[in-house]
Design a protein. Structure first.
Lengths: 319, 269, 304
C-alpha cells in the first residue's frame, strides 16, 4: 500500500499546570489516524477538543509527550517534511508592516523559487484568493476575512502536496466561505491532500471524503459523512397536549417531559407510527412534529456505543 | 499533479531571508527616526560648544557623539532585541513561518543578523553626523581621528553582545523582564573589573576565586570603551581590535547557541 | 459628540495652551526669585569622590569630564565676574574633572592658572597648583606644555628659580618642545633677568592661550612688566645722570637733553614717566595705567 499522506501513531500531549507544574493535563490522548493521498479529511470536534493541538504537533510548533507522526513518509521531526506542506493557522496573524504582496513574496523565498517564478506565483495566488486589489495595502489594515485569505494564499503558494487548514472558514462571510470551499475542492482536483479542522458539521459534510471526531482529546470515531447524512433523521420530536377530559396514555407519559401543559417526547423512526397510534388513541392534540437533528456528539457517541469500547477507535468503511 | 518546489535555499540563505525582513521591520517601525534626534543633538552641540567651553571643542564633539552613539545603540539593541523572538511568539507570526522549511536556529540567526544590520546602519549614519559636526567645529580632520572609527567599531561590538543577550532572554521571557536582565548584565559587565578587585581586596580565598570566576564569566564591557582614547586622538592598538573582535565572536556564539538550544525545545503556545 | 463640538474643543485647546504656558513660565520665574532670596544658593559638589564618579559614569567618563570642565570654567568665570574671592569649590571640581579624564590637558593648564593666581583673581594656592600640574605630567608625560606651566608657577608665583629651571629643562627634553624651553631653563637662575624672563613667559601664554580671560590677564601682566622694566631702566639712567652732573634730573626730558637716553619713554597710555620725590621713576599720576605689584616670594601660605 502506498504511503499515507498523513500517518499519526499514538500521538499524545500533556500540559503541565499548577504551581510547580506537577499536574498534567492531557490535551491529546493517544491519537492514531491515517489520511490517504488525495483525500479531503475533516478533523471535527467541539472547541477545546484538541484539534489545534494536533495540528500544532504536526507542524512542529509543540512537541509530543508520546507518539510519532509522518507526513508523506517523512517524520514530523524532519525539516524537509515542511517543503511539502502548507499551513493556515487558526486566526492567523501576519507581519502587519508588510503588504500582502510583500508577505507572500517573503514566504515564497523559503521555498527556493527564482525571482521570476516567485513574482508570477505571488500574483497568481493573490488573484486566486481575491486579494489582487489589496495587494499593496499593509496587513495592519486588513479585515479578519482578508487576513484569512492571505493566510490561505501563503499556505498553497508553493503547491504543497498536503495542506493543513485550521478553521479555514472562521471570520468569513458566506461568499468567502464558498470561495474557500471552492479552493479546497480545486486542491483535491489537483491531487492534493487537504486536512482541515472545523467545528461546523455542514462544511465537513459538503467537502470531506472522511472525517474524524475528537472530543476531550480522544478520537471518538472516523468515517465518511455518509453515515452522518444517513443518521440525520434520528427520529422525531413531538409536542402535544392532553385534550379536555382525556388522559394521556401511560406508555407515552413515562417517556415524555412535561412543561406547563405541554408534553414533549422523542421518538425514534422505527417507533414513530406506534407513538402516533398511541396519541390518536388518547385523542391528544398534536402541537408540532419536528425531525430530530443529532448533535455531533450524539452521533459519535452512538457510534461508540454500538461497538464495545475498542482499544483503537472504530474505523468505518473508507471511501 | 503540479510539482512542488523541490529545493530549499541553501546554506546561509534562510537566515539571510529572515535577516532582511527583520531589517525591513525595523525601518518601517520608524525606529530610525532616532537618527533625527541624534542629528539635532549634534547640531546643537556643534553650534554651542564654542560658547560653553574653550579649547576643547573637538574633544567635546567626539565625546558627545560617541557617547550618544553608544547610548542610542544600547537603547535600540535592548528595546528591539527583547521583542525579537517574543513578539513573533506572542503574535503567532511564528506559526506560519515555522511551517516552512525553516529550522528554528536559522530563524534565530536571521533575527539576530537583522537587528545587527539595523544597528550597523544606524551607527554608520550617526558616524557621518559626527564627522560633519567635527568638520564644522574644527574645519579639518586629523590623522588621529581614525581612532574615532575604531571606537565606533568597538561600540558596535558591544551592541552585538548586548543584542545577543537580549535575543537570548527574548526566547523565554517577557520583554520587560528581558530588558531588566539584559540591562542588569550590561551594568554588571561594565563593573566586572571592580568586582574582581573587590574580591582581591578582601584577601579571602573563597571570595577571590568566586569574584574571579564571575569576572571571566561575565561579558566585560569595559574592554570596548575607547571613547576617551578617540577624543584625545590616541592610536588604539591593532592587537586590541583583533582581541575584542574575537572576544565578541566567541561570546556571541556562546549566547546564541544557548538561545538556540532553549528555543528549539520550546512549545509555542 | 458632534463634529462641531469636537472642533470647538480643539480650538479652545489651541488658544489656551500658549496662555497657560506663559503663565507657567511666569510662575517659575517668581518661584526662582523666591528661593534665591530665601537663601543664598548653597555651593555644592554633591559627589566629592572622583573614582566613585568615574565608576558611576558607566564608561561615559570622558564626556562627563568635559561637562565638569565646563562647570569649572563657568564657576571660575562667575566668581571673577562677581569679584568673589572665595572659590572654595575649585579644587574639588578640578580634581573630579581630571579623575574622570586624566588626559584632559586643558584642565591642568587652566586649572593651574586658576589655582595659582592670587585672590581675587585666583584661588591663591600656587603650591596646590604645582601639585596639580605635576599630576597632569604624571598622566601625560609627553606634554611639554605642562612643564612650561609648572615652571611658570614656580617662577612667577613661588619665586623658586631652581625648581622652575628644572621644570623647563625637563620640558625641553620632550620631543616636539620648542627650543626656547631649554634657553628658558638656563636663564631662570639669573635673578637680574627676572623681569625679562617673566615677560617671555607671559608672552608665550598670551600667544598660546585660547581663553579670552587668560589672554586679558596676560596682557595686563605684560603691561605691568613693561612699565616695571621701563621704570627700572629709568632708575639706572637717573643714577647715571646723578653721577655725571652731581644733581638729580627733574624729569625724563632732562635725561634726553643730556643725551643719556635717545627719547622720552611713554607709558602704554601715552604719558611720560616722572621721577618721584624718592628719586624712583614712576607713572605720571594722571596716567590711567594701573599696574599690579608682582607676587611676593611666599614664606608660608595661610591654610584655607
Amino acid at each position: 500500500m502506498a504511503d499515507p499522506a498523513i500517518e499519526i501513531l499514538g500521538l499524545t500531549k500533556d500540559y503541565h499546570v499548577g504551581f510547580l507544574r506537577k499536574r498534567a493535563r492531557r490535551s491529546l490522548d493517544n491519537l492514531t489516524l491515517r489520511v490517504e493521498e488525495g483525500e479531503i479529511f475533516g478533523f471535527l470536534g467541539p472547541n477545546g477538543a484538541g484539534k489545534t493541538t494536533t495540528i500544532k504537533l504536526l507542524m512542529g510548533l509543540i512537541f509530543p509527550t508520546a507518539g510519532t507522526a509522518r507526513v508523506r513518509g517523512r517524520s514530523i521531526d524532519d525539516v524537509r517534511m515542511h517543503r511539502e506542506i502548507g499551513y493556515l493557522p487558526e486566526q492567523p496573524y501576519f507581519y502587519d508592516y508588510l503588504s500582502a504582496r510583500e508577505l507572500l513574496d517573503y514566504y515564497a523565498r523559503f521555498s527556493g523559487f527564482g525571482p521570476a517564478e516567485r513574482r508570477e506565483r505571488v500574483e497568481r495566488f493573490l488573484a486566486r484568493v481575491g486579494l489582487s486589489d489589496a495587494a499593496e495595502l499593509q496587513l495592519r489594515k486588513f479585515s479578519k476575512g482578508m487576513l484569512q485569505r492571505a493566510g490561505i494564499a501563503q499556505a498553497i503558494l508553493h503547491d504543497p502536496q498536503v495542506v493543513f487548514l485550521d478553521e479555514p472558514m472562521s471570520g468569513l462571510d458566506p461568499v468567502g466561505r464558498r470561495e474557500v470551499r471552492d479552493i479546497i475542492l480545486e486542491l483535491k482536483r489537483q491531487g492534493h491532500t487537504v486536512f482541515f479542522s472545523t467545528h461546523i458539521l455542514s462544511d465537513a459534510e459538503m467537502l470531506c471524503d472522511r472525517v474524524a471526531v475528537l472530543v476531550g482529546g480522544k478520537l471518538r470515531g472516523v468515517g465518511s459523512p455518509d453515515e452522518i447524512v444517513s443518521m440525520e433523521m434520528a427520529g422525531m420530536e413531538i409536542l402535544f397536549e392532553a385534550r379536555e377530559g382525556r388522559a394521556i396514555s401511560p406508555r407515552l407519559l413515562e417517556r415524555a417531559t412535561k412543561t406547563g401543559d405541554r408534553y414533549r417526547i422523542e421518538v425514534p423512526e422505527t417507533e414513530l407510527y406506534s407513538a402516533l397510534e398511541l396519541l390518536r388513541s388518547c385523542d391528544a392534540r398534536i402541537l408540532s412534529m419536528q425531525p430530530l437533528r443529532p448533535t455531533l456528539e450524539d452521533y459519535f457517541l452512538r457510534l461508540v456505543d454500538q461497538n464495545p469500547p475498542p482499544s483503537r477507535p472504530v474505523e468505518v468503511s473508507a471511501r | 499533479m503540479s510539482a512542488t518546489a523541490s529545493s530549499s535555499p541553501m546554506g546561509a540563505a534562510i537566515p539571510g531571508i529572515v535577516a532582511v525582513n527583520t531589517f525591513r521591520e525595523a525601518i518601517r517601525d520608524r525606529i530610525l527616526y532616532n537618527l533625527i534626534f541624534f542629528a539635532l543633538v549634534m547640531i546643537a552641540a556643534a553650534v554651542l560648544v564654542g560658547q560653553i567651553s574653550i579649547g576643547i571643542e573637538r574633544i567635546v564633539i567626539i565625546n558627545l557623539g560617541l557617547s550618544a552613539i553608544s547610548v542610542f545603540g544600547l537603547v535600540m539593541a535592548i528595546f528591539i532585541g527583547v521583542g525579537l523572538v517574543y513578539k513573533e511568539m506572542e503574535k503567532r507570526t511564528l506559526y506560519s513561518l515555522l511551517a516552512k522549511p525553516v529550522r528554528r536556529w536559522e530563524f534565530l540567526a536571521g533575527k539576530y543578523a537583522g537587528l545587527l544590520l539595523t544597528l550597523a546602519a544606524n551607527t554608520s549614519l550617526m558616524l557621518l553626523g559626527l564627522g560633519a559636526a567635527l568638520l564644522y567645529v574644527s574645519r579639518h580632520f586629523e590623522r588621529a581621528d581614525l581612532s574615532i572609527l575604531v571606537a565606533a567599531y568597538f561600540i558596535l561590538l558591544e551592541l552585538a553582545l548586548v543584542t545577543a543577550l537580549a535575543l537570548f532572554f527574548s526566547c523565554f521571557s517577557s520583554p520587560m523582564l528581558s530588558a531588566l536582565f539584559t540591562l542588569g548584565i550590561y551594568i554588571v559587565g561594565v563593573f566586572a573589573q571592580d568586582i574582581r578587585n573587590i574580591g582581591l581586596v578582601t584577601k579571602n580565598p573563597a571570595l577571590i576565586s568566586a569574584t574571579r570566576t564571575l569576572y571571566y564569566l561575565l561579558p566585560n564591557f569595559h574592554n570596548f570603551n575607547a571613547i576617551a582614547a578617540a577624543a584625545h586622538g590616541e592610536t588604539i592598538p591593532g592587537s586590541l581590535v583583533a582581541q575584542n573582535s574575537l572576544y565578541t565572536l566567541l561570546y556571541v556564539s556562546l549566547v546564541l547557541v544557548a538561545a538556540a538550544a532553549i528555543f528549539s525545545r520550546r512549545n509555542l503556545k | 459628540m458632534s463634529v462641531s463640538r469636537q472642533n470647538r474643543l480643539v480650538w479652545i485647546a489651541l488658544a489656551s495652551a500658549p496662555v497657560l504656558l506663559a503663565a507657567i513660565a511666569f510662575l517659575q520665574i517668581r518661584i526662582d526669585e523666591q528661593t534665591r532670596s530665601v537663601a543664598k544658593q548653597k555651593e555644592e559638589v554633591l559627589l566629592t569622590s572622583g573614582p566613585l564618579l568615574k565608576k558611576l559614569s558607566l564608561g561615559y567618563d570622558s564626556l562627563l569630564a568635559d561637562i565638569y570642565w565646563t562647570r569649572v570654567v563657568q564657576y571660575y568665570g562667575g566668581k571673577l565676574d562677581m569679584m568673589d574671592p572665595h572659590m572654595d569649590l575649585l579644587p574639588a571640581l578640578l580634581d573630579l574633572t581630571t579623575t574622570l579624564d586624566p588626559k584632559l590637558i586643558i584642565a591642568y593648564r587652566y586649572g593651574g592658572i586658576f589655582l595659582a593666581e592670587r585672590q581675587p583673581v585666583g584661588y591663591g594656592r600656587p603650591d596646590l597648583a604645582a601639585e596639580f600640574v605635576r599630576r597632569g605630567l604624571a598622566a601625560n608625560p609627553n606634554e611639554w606644555r605642562l612643564d612650561f606651566d609648572l615652571g611658570f608657577i614656580y617662577f612667577w608665583q613661588m619665586r623658586d628659580y631652581a625648581k622652575a629651571s628644572a621644570a623647563f629643562l625637563d620640558g625641553s627634553k620632550i620631543p616636539g618642545a620648542p627650543d626656547w624651553m631649554a634657553s628658558m631653563a638656563a636663564r631662570m637662575a639669573d635673578r637680574s633677568k627676572e623681569l625679562e624672563n617673566a615677560r617671555a613667559l607671559w608672552s608665550e601664554i598670551y600667544r598660546s592661550t585660547q581663553s579670552p580671560k587668560v589672554k586679558a590677564m596676560a596682557l595686563a601682566r605684560l603691561t605691568t612688566l613693561k612699565v616695571l622694566m621701563e621704570e627700572g631702566w629709568l632708575n639706572d639712567e637717573y643714577q647715571e645722570y646723578l653721577r655725571r652732573f652731581g644733581r638729580p634730573p627733574k624729569s625724563t626730558e632732562d635725561l634726553k637733553t643730556a643725551g643719556i637716553i635717545p627719547g622720552v619713554p611713554i607709558d602704554p597710555a601715552g604719558f611720560a614717566y616722572v621721577f618721584g620725590p624718592d628719586g624712583k621713576a614712576r607713572l605720571d599720576p594722571r596716567s590711567p595705567v594701573v599696574i599690579e605689584p608682582l607676587p611676593e616670594a611666599p614664606s608660608a601660605f595661610p591654610p584655607h
